[in-house]
Ligand binder design. Structure first.
Ligand code: FES
Length: 116
């Protein structure tokens, strides 16, 4: 009951396959819907065994958070000004700017369920 109620406020669920391919300390960019028609790019990150999701839109100055190895195994990077973001909270840990947008993410049967 509580889960259903919380889900109503988290957005609709989207399943992304291949959860096991997202290795520890890596980030991968996926597109949810048609980006040219209102979809979004999400950066999936695995930190300490859990999957987290950041919006690829950098909150600093129009750059994009990218996929690839996470800095120190836990921070996603926007290469435009080299700011680092903690995927667990969206907080910028290197650079002064607002938090990156995060999405709820969980693993289920080999897929990643996102609430976007
Ligand atoms: S635009 Fe991303 S760090 Fe500046």
């Amino acid at each position: 009951m509580l889960r259903r109620l919380l889900d109503m406020f988290r957005g609709k669920p989207v399943l992304v396959g291949g959860a096991q391919k997202l290795e520890e300390g890596l980030a991968k960019v996926v597109e949810i819907g048609d980006v040219m028609a209102g979809g979004t790019q999400v950066v999936l990150c695995r930190v300490e065994g859990k999957v987290y999701a950041l919006d690829a839109q950098c909150p600093h100055d129009g750059g994009r958070i990218i996929g690839g190895p996470l800095v120190d195994g836990k921070y996603a990077v926007c290469p435009l000004h080299n700011y680092h973001f903690d995927p667990r909270s969206g907080v910028a840990v290197r650079g002064a700017c607002p938090k990156a947008k995060t999405y709820a993410a969980s693993e289920r049967d080999g897929s990643i369920e996102l609430r976007v």
